[in-house]
Design a protein around this ligand. Structure first.
Ligand SMILES: Nc1nc2c(ncn2[C@@H]2O[C@H](COP(=O)(O)OP(=O)(O)OP(=O)(O)O)[C@@H](O)[C@H]2O)c(=O)[nH]1
Length: 308
């Protein structure tokens, strides 16, 4: 009996090779935990992988072969189609974030990359979209820059945003203000009313900050303990001082009893401000030092005060 190993392996034809690579391609489409689809240049869906079954309202029979403008309401179809068109016209990958419902009625965020498919002459004949679920990653990212107690941004986010905000203010020829706010005699407050009640005061400060600094671009932070910060741009120090005064007043007007904080005897804030003019070369550390010194002066002047 001939040894099986001696028999020459039959030559693999080009067709065999194609079939093998097609099997790999099919397995990838079936098992990849991402949404993969293709559309022709008229918006008709020509392929969608198995993962689409996770979407609410997905029906393979009507989806593949259907046109985005028939499958979705006009505004959604237009939005979905816009980046396919862009990818095809500009012959490049286009990224977008979108939100979709899963079958279990939970809303998910997806990061989608759309790119052109080229024929043998280098001409675009279709577009392909690959969407990855980024819901958990997004939630983790938000958690990592959010203060749990107040829901404000945390110090970490302050460090991330500072340089960006300084650049933006410089570009817009606006003054960037760093405002530091600190609850007056908060240790006394905790000692008298208890830590949980102290937490409620910190939440009230956050509410006043959101109420006062609510313009797009205004950023509020809890830096730690009873220290808060705001970064915002204004026409100049006068406008920034007025904003700080509004914040001081918002807290004082709440009249939250604080027997250990004479003469007001209710919860008050001290505030220190530092400014970066558009042409200033001061960096993050310098502006923080200046605002902290201003806060110290506010405490020294008798608290419940705004200083610069
Ligand atoms: N309730 C509560 N207290 C906190 C929290 N984080 C820090 N603290 C307390 O905040 C207090 C801050 O007090 P200090 O920095 O000494 O300053 P102060 O008593 O506010 O005095 P002045 O700033 O000089 O008016 C400390 O007693 C901390 O224990 C928190 O998350 N919740």
């Amino acid at each position: 009996m001939p040894d099986r190993n001696d028999a020459p392996a039959p030559a693999r034809t080009e067709l065999d090779e194609l079939r093998a690579s097609d099997r790999i391609f099919r397995a990838l489409l079936d098992h990849a935990p991402v949404l993969i689809s293709t559309k022709d240049l008229h918006g008709t869906i020509t392929m969608a992988n198995r993962h689409f079954e996770i979407l609410d309202g997905y029906d393979a029979a009507t989806f593949v072969g259907g046109n985005v403008f028939d499958l979705f309401p006009a505004d959604i179809a237009e939005r979905l189609w816009r980046n396919d068109r862009k990818a095809a016209l500009e012959k490049r990958a286009v990224h977008e974030e979108e939100q979709v419902y899963h079958r279990d009625k939970t809303l998910h965020s997806y990061m989608t990359v759309k790119f052109p498919l080229l024929d043998e002459h280098g001409e675009v004949y279709a577009t392909c979209a690959v969407s990855t679920d980024i819901t958990d990653a997004k939630a983790a990212r938000i958690d990592s820059v959010t203060d749990e107690l107040t829901g404000l941004n945390n110090r970490r986010y302050y460090n991330i945003r500072f340089v960006e905000e300084q650049k933006r203010a410089r570009r817009d020829q606006r003054t960037l203000t760093l405002l530091l706010a600190d609850v007056d005699r908060f240790k006394e407050y905790n000692d008298t009313y208890g830590h949980p009640q102290g937490d409620e005061v910190l939440k009230a400060v956050a509410q006043c900050m959101r109420q006062t600094l609510h313009r797009p671009g205004d950023l509020c932070f809890r830096m730690g303990g009873d220290e808060f910060a705001c970064l915002f741009s204004s026409s100049g120090p006068g406008e920034s001082m007025a904003m700080a005064e509004q914040l001081r007043n918002c807290m004082a007007a709440r009249l939250l009893p604080h027997a250990g904080n004479p003469p007001a005897n209710h919860v008050t804030l001290s505030l220190g401000l530092a400014f970066i003019a558009p042409d200033s070369q001061d960096g993050q550390e310098e502006i923080y030092r200046l605002a902290d010194q201003a806060l110290y002066r506010a405490k020294h002047k008798g608290r419940n005060t705004v200083s610069r």
